[in-house]
Design a protein around this ligand. Structure first.
Ligand SMILES: [Cu+2]
Length: 390
């Protein structure tokens, strides 16, 4: 796919001051990880400028660059740091459910799956998609720290490394410092995605995750709509208790084709970066297209490919941290658009619904306090968030 530049007029000063066109042309010819590193540098420069400007005109808030949490690439955590994260996830799995109204949730790990499943149709393809998921993974991070003694912050899965062989990825290599490896081989006919318009061939897995620190864990909710063929969803009562192993099918057909420099540039500096509406639509993909958000889910396959209950795969949180990181980079590079939302309050406006606003509440059930979208647009203060990405 050819990378297209954003007309400078569309963006005002935002991008034109940050990146010159020749640099963009050069980036477009690089690999995804090089582009990501360049974008990160630009975002950091923009962040420093914006923070310096803020500081000049007002008293500094409690959160600033000097004390913000730093979320890092899973690969860049030390082994003890990775093991501490894994220990804390296991700790959440051992804590009791906090929502007795959802009987299939048997522990606190399940509570997150339940809250997401219950709201699936009002948090995807909606005005709140980016902020709802931002706040959810923040609550997950805080719970790991406050209830389970995790010392670090939420790591992310860098999509732009190992995308041609996910078995080599430190997130998925099956070692005791990964979030588990591939599933056992399970013969199936690939996955159907993109509203039934895209077929992805199966990988070498599809069955129970066979290695890594969570092999003996049981998941209890769903599946509701797994993309992987041969994985039968619960049709009768999606809220029913359904204990089983977690399944995965590392699917390079999704990751190799989509985690590209061209797709990353398109949403951060290209045509699809012009407005928040363009950005979020391109990030999520539309009917018949596979894009960054979907590709991460379908690259995990199995339980991770279920739009309702993909949180059953513990790598969900690292995938959505990466979504949030790209959103964070985009916000920093597009300050005039950064605090806007676009869309309605139902999945691709089906059924038709009102337009979403920054005053809408983000409902996390019993996972944490409700906040408004405007409270989580900025990761550096003005609300509960205080973090950056590195
Ligand atoms: Cu979701």
């Amino acid at each position: 796919m050819r990378f297209a530049l954003v007309p400078t007029l569309l963006l005002g000063a935002a991008v034109s001051t940050v990146t010159a066109a020749p640099q963009l042309e050069r980036l477009a010819a690089s690999d995804g990880d090089t582009v990501l590193a360049a974008l990160q540098k630009q975002a950091e420069d923009a962040l420093k400028q914006q923070e310096a400007a803020k500081e000049a005109v007002s008293k500094r808030g409690a959160c600033h660059l000097g004390n913000a949490a730093i979320r890092r690439d899973w690969e860049h955590l030390s082994s003890p740091e990775k093991k501490d994260y894994i220990r804390a996830v296991n700790c959440l799995w051992d804590l009791p459910s906090v929502d007795p109204a959802f009987s299939a949730a048997r522990n606190h790990f399940d509570d997150y799956v339940a809250v997401h499943m219950n709201q699936t149709n009002t948090i995807h393809g909606t005005a709140n998609f980016l902020t709802w998921h931002r706040y959810l993974v923040y609550l997950w991070e805080q719970k790991l720290r406050n209830k389970c003694g995790y010392k670090g912050y939420l790591p992310y899965w860098n999509w732009f490394k190992y995308q041609t062989d996910l078995h080599q990825s430190p997130v998925f290599d099956g070692s005791d410092t990964s979030l588990g490896g591939d599933g056992q081989f399970f013969a199936h006919n690939g996955s159907v995605v993109g509203a039934g318009r895209i077929w992805l061939p199966s990988g070498a897995g599809g069955g129970c995750v066979k290695s890594g620190p969570f092999v003996n864990r049981t998941i209890n909710i769903g599946p509701v709509q797994p993309a992987m063929q041969g994985y039968t969803p619960v049709f009768t009562d999606v809220k029913a208790y359904n204990p089983r192993c977690q399944r995965r099918d590392l699917t390079m057909a999704a990751s190799t084709s989509t985690f590209t420099a061209s797709n990353l540039l398109n949403v951060t500096l290209g045509l699809a970066s012009a407005t928040v509406g363009h950005f979020q639509d391109e990030l999520q993909g539309s009917l018949g297209t596979l894009r960054l958000h979907g590709a991460g889910h379908y690259a995990m396959g199995g339980d991770g490919s279920d739009v309702f209950t993909s949180l059953n795969d513990p790598a969900f949180y690292l995938h959505h941290a990466m979504i949030d990181r790209v959103y964070w980079i985009w916000q920093l590079l597009h300050p005039a658009e950064a605090n806007k939302v676009n869309g309605t309050i139902t999945f691709r406006n089906n059924p038709p619904s009102r337009v979403g606003t920054v005053n809408d509440w983000l409902d996390m059930g019993k996972l944490g306090p409700q906040v408004q979208i405007k409270d989580v647009l900025n990761t550096l203060g003005g609300g509960p968030l205080c973090y950056i990405y590195l």
